[in-house]
Design a protein around this ligand. Structure first.
Ligand code: DC
Length: 224
């Protein structure tokens, strides 16, 4: 494959999105937010009234919605059956339900295939892509020459997320994120985990600019 793939994994609030978009911009790469695709699938399930306590019901309907994701780091776009859902997928209902939907193997199979098709196209027709998520280095792009696993303390992650939202507190965010992290890390299907060849970067004490320049340095080091 000619293009460059940068795989960016880590829990919520670790800085994945800001870092991935900046790195893609700097290197002229496409950008894919795979979490937005799981959120879009969840938004559709909620709107259809699918019982999210029933993995078989989720699996049975998972082939129906047409999820389309843009790859412009300056304007990430996400739509379901042609409807722009960039706003609603960040709401509390979707955030509370997304771990249940993303744990279902049929959902993952479908979205991973779609993500790999976007990755192949970005490498064929462009310079490559930065892909962020939970299973990129291990499942979506195990061949990626650059794999980063971003972490940060639970408190730092909750603080960052609280700054992006209204009507919440650091304590409430920390509790909600801990719940989601546990679900995402202990599920049977592709749990959040670091690939052996990924570089772990703890961003707790680093500024966004410092993280971006470290990722750019690692990318240059790992690509001839
Ligand atoms: O990155 P995010 O918070 O927007 O992701 C939303 C959820 O989607 C997260 O709780 C776990 C899930 N997810 C996943 O299972 N696999 C991915 N590659 C990306 C996200």
């Amino acid at each position: 494959m000619a293009g460059l793939v940068v795989a960016m994994d880590g829990p919520s609030g670790s800085g994945k999105s800001s870092v991935s978009r900046a790195v893609a911009r700097e290197l002229g790469l496409r950008y894919l937010d795979t979490g937005a695709m799981y959120r879009a699938m969840t938004w559709w399930m909620l709107r259809q009234g699918v019982d999210l306590d029933d993995p078989e019901a989720i699996a049975a309907r998972s082939g129906e919605p047409e999820i389309t994701s843009g790859t412009d780091p300056d304007a990430p776009a996400i739509a379901v059956d042609g409807e722009d859902v960039a706003g609603p997928i960040r709401g509390p209902e979707v955030t509370a339900a997304v771990s249940a939907v993303s744990a279902v193997p049929e959902v993952r199979r479908r979205l991973v295939a779609q993500q790999q098709a976007i990755m192949d196209e970005s490498c064929r027709d462009g310079a490559g892509i930065v892909i962020e998520g939970r299973d990129i280095g291990l499942v979506v792009a195990p061949q990626a020459p650059v794999k980063i696993f971003l972490t940060a303390s639970a408190e730092a992650r909750a603080r960052r997320r609280t700054a992006e939202l209204t009507g919440t507190t650091v304590e409430a965010q920390q509790a909600a994120m801990a719940r989601r992290d546990t679900l995402d890390s202990t599920r049977a299907a592709s749990p959040l985990a670091k690939a052996d060849d990924a570089v772990e970067l703890d961003t707790t004490a680093l500024s966004l600019e410092e993280v971006i320049s470290e990722v750019l340095r690692l990318t240059k080091e790992r690509t001839p």
